[in-house]
Write a protein that binds this ligand. Sequence first.
Ligand SMILES: Cc1ncc(COP(=O)(O)O)c(C=O)c1O
Length: 415
Amino acid sequence: MSESYIQNLFAERIGGKNYGKSTALYKFEKIKRAKRAALAAHPGAEIIDLGVGEPDEMAVPEAVAQLAQEARRPENRGYADNGDSVLKEAAARYLEKVCGVSGINPETEVMHSIGSKAALSILPAALINPGDVVLMTTPGYPVFGAHARYYGGRVHNLPLVAARRFLPDLSSIPPDVLGKAKALVLNYPNNPTGASATPEFFAQVAAFAKEHRLAVIHDAAYAALVFEGKPLSFLAAPGAKEVGVELHSASKSFNMTGWRCGFVAGNELLVRAYGDVKDNTDSGQFLAIQHAAAYCFDHPEITAKIASKYSRRMSGLVEVLKKAGFNAVKPKGSFFLYVPAPKAAVLPDGRRLEFQDAGEVSQWLITEKLISTVPWDDAGACLRFSVTFVAKDQPDEERVLREVAWRLADVALEF
Ligand SMILES: Cc1ncc(COP(=O)(O)O)c(C=O)c1O
């Protein structure tokens, strides 16, 4: 079959004429295929999926009821554009009540998002010219960087390593890179490391950004999922509002990933620019969804309950993994447990399997142990376990954890 002329139309940013021709398999596709193969090899067996990056439960019934009620209101039916004041005001109240950030003006310093992913894909259009540099942490959530590259920007990676408690070393950025940098993208509690920031770190970031004229984009998708203390907002740092914005989302905090709703808050000019590009990108999230999300942001006790479930599961998982030899330390928040990957496994028959990287460990865990995790080889070989695994109640949750322990019990892992 002759090649369609469409093939020659693709932009270089997605591969140009070679778009779609690469046979390289991406990490998540490899995991999906390995899971399929493991199930085919062990029909009816249970794959324990510790690789999932989203909540295992539905939104609470009150949120669903709120949506139903709001969806019946004729005034909510149309284009929402950049939104009405309901979510904006709830966001300002939430920042004050939950994160201790006062003085956010809901009209000028808050704008809704169709989820943080959408906001991260829109913000680069407001900031990045060809040749501009974006400072991003690695491993990490890549969306801002992908879009920055679409606009001709470059990404400078800041590795997150255990020795620095997974906080980037801002002093490591070469002066020529810093000179071209426009944005610093951070995410705490962090995906995938589960690490939390500190008020001192955020204060340092705000001062650094001001000194070097950077816009800080703090992706706080997991902010409210904390196991102790109060959620920590970048906006609570001195001077933060002068330099950046923070992205909050109902996805993980309220089990609403599919609902697609969050907000961007902070620096007025950045919020306005985000809104201008957004206005040319989408027509706003359905007001009924925005209003149901606003209801949730006004009920942070919903998140506290979700976080306490994750905390309980996390404690159990840490114990199980420690017994298997992993250096597992319970994080302070998120639902991710990030551990160094083993270098080898000694099997019951005495054979020794060596692993080149975390990717190989993850494939082996799926194939041989029917346990799915996500490997990260960006800054050391590590595995990400998520406590959002499917379990219908607490006894079932304990059963799943016992099953993980049992499956790992007959191998000796070497680190
Ligand atoms: C770090 C991080 N940011 C943003 C998102 C996307 O969040 P949302 O559902 O609000 O788009 C995710 C989802 O996995 C994430 O891990």
